[in-house]
Design a protein around this ligand. Structure first.
Ligand SMILES: Cc1cc2nc3c(=O)[nH]c(=O)nc-3n(C[C@H](O)[C@H](O)[C@H](O)COP(=O)(O)OP(=O)(O)OC[C@H]3O[C@@H](n4cnc5c(N)ncnc54)[C@H](O)[C@@H]3O)c2cc1C
Length: 414
């Protein structure tokens, strides 16, 4: 349901930020808390019918979605649409530049139809927001910007500017999902722990002249890892989403190169497994840091997504982890009974239920960045599994666990 004016000035839950995580959380809450009113406030406009959505969260990137996340997206009713734009990963090829050979992880080996799926962010945005527009317990305020958030007795008060006017909204629970920089988190005086990797991820879609056959490639180079995630709806696609990690001081040079020079350098770094690289799309860059909010909940406040934890994409787990957080929050709120949805005890139950998963996933992605410097192939395989954020079955998971940091909690259910 889209609201061009703010009719009511109170809503049970208000989500600030309709990016990947805010929009996914809104969809989960709409399904789990059918008797509650949820408002989603997003600074960018809604997508036009039938078109992918392009805004900073739903940009030219593509996301590797793990099987557990597919289950969650299926549960909220958007996977059917997303599947039309999802490329199954049939196998993962891992190699180290300067070393012969490589290792292959296939979907048969892990007993799944696909090791994971690659979905363009723009279609994730389109599917989620189109779905939200159909929900009767969701009010979408877009384009609208939250200017201020403050705590009041029994909730929070939010100042929203829309169409040049500022209105005030009260809510039992305000969810802050406004991205890694999160001005609203800062406004509440919540500190962050920051570890600057001094690396930048350069992304672009690239074309080549051999079919990828559903293979995701991960190649470790002395400058950082490079991933090519298959795109196109069948195994014969000749396009992949490139994530190329560079030391930050080199990133501008690579970003500003001519297409020919970029493709030449990529060819030199990746080799010829996909034949010749022939075309590169729009390039974008993301400086990489580990950012972790020191507090994720306060009375009437929950901080989610990148605002809560921003991970190195070496682990490709940012969205997958955030979806599990969202599922966990939903399941706790569902059991609120007579309690206010902003009850600190309730929100602490959510944090308790996700602490293990968050620590394991964040720690794991951090450890992976350290593993880049090692040469052994088992480590390389472990790195690849982590990079794609894939949820694999026992042997691979066991290897992951052994090689890195022990068991991670998985399989959050709504
Ligand atoms: C290169 C790269 C590759 C990645 N690959 C993967 C992957 O393969 N798998 C995976 O699981 N994860 C991946 N990730 C992580 C994933 O992209 C993030 O987890 C996800 O984008 C987080 O979304 P978010 O909604 O929390 O934040 P954001 O995407 O930053 O969205 C924040 C939203 O809030 C809105 N907003 C901000 N302030 C306000 C305000 N005051 N009022 C209203 N609206 C506001 C913004 O407009 C925006 O829409 C990758 C990340 C990068 C950088």
């Amino acid at each position: 349901m889209t609201d061009s004016n703010i009719h009511t000035n109170h809503t049970d839950i208000t989500i600030i930020g309709g990016g990947m995580v805010g929009a996914a959380l809104a969809a989960m809450l709409a399904k789990s808390l059918t008797d509650r009113q949820i408002t989603l406030i997003e600074a960018f406009p809604l997508p036009k019918a039938g078109k992918p959505l392009f805004q900073p969260s739903f940009d030219d990137r593509s996301t590797a979605i793990a099987s557990g996340s597919v289950d969650l997206l299926e549960h909220i009713g958007v996977w059917k649409t997303l599947a039309e734009h999802a490329t199954p990963i049939r196998q993962v090829h891992v190699s180290d530049r300067g070393h012969f050979g490589g290792s292959l992880i296939t979907s048969e080996e892990v007993n799944l139809d696909a090791v994971g799926y690659v979905v363009p962010n723009a279609w994730i945005g389109r599917a989620l927001l189109a779905h939200l527009q159909e929900q009767t317990n969701i009010t979408l305020l877009t384009p609208a910007k939250v200017e201020k958030l403050q705590l009041i007795p029994n909730g929070a008060e939010i100042s929203v500017s829309k169409d040049g006017e500022t209105s005030t909204l009260t809510t039992e629970l305000a969810v802050i999902a406004d991205g890694a920089d999160s001005p609203l988190r800062k406004g509440l005086g919540i500190d962050t722990q920051v570890d600057d990797y001094k690396q930048t991820a350069i992304i672009a879609n690239v074309r080549f002249d051999k079919p990828h056959q559903g293979t995701a490639y991960e190649r470790f180079t002395d400058e950082g890892p490079m991933a090519l995630l298959p795109l196109g709806l069948n195994d014969h696609g000749q396009e992949s989403a490139l994530v190329w990690t560079q030391p930050s001081h080199q990133a501008d040079e690579i970003l500003n190169m001519s297409d020919d020079a970029f493709l030449k350098q990529l060819q030199e770094r990746f080799g010829h497994r996909l034949g010749n690289f022939v075309q590169v799309g729009r390039r974008d860059s993301y400086p990489l840091q580990l950012i972790h909010a020191c507090e994720q909940v306060r009375t009437s406040i929950a901080i989610m997504g990148n605002a809560a934890h921003f991970l190195h994409p070496v682990a490709g787990q940012g969205f997958n982890l955030a979806l599990r957080d969202c599922a966990s929050l939903c399941s706790v709120l569902k059991q609120a009974g007579d309690k206010s949805l902003g009850s600190l005890a309730l929100l602490q139950d959510y944090i308790k239920s996700q602490t293990g998963d968050q620590q394991a996933t964040i720690g794991f992605s951090h450890v992976l960045t350290k593993l880049f410097s090692t040469d052994s192939l088992p480590s390389a395989a472990v790195r690849a599994l982590g990079f794609l954020g894939l949820e694999l079955v026992a042997p691979a998971k066991h290897l992951l666990a052994q090689q890195t940091m022990g068991k991670a909690t998985r399989g959050v259910k709504l």
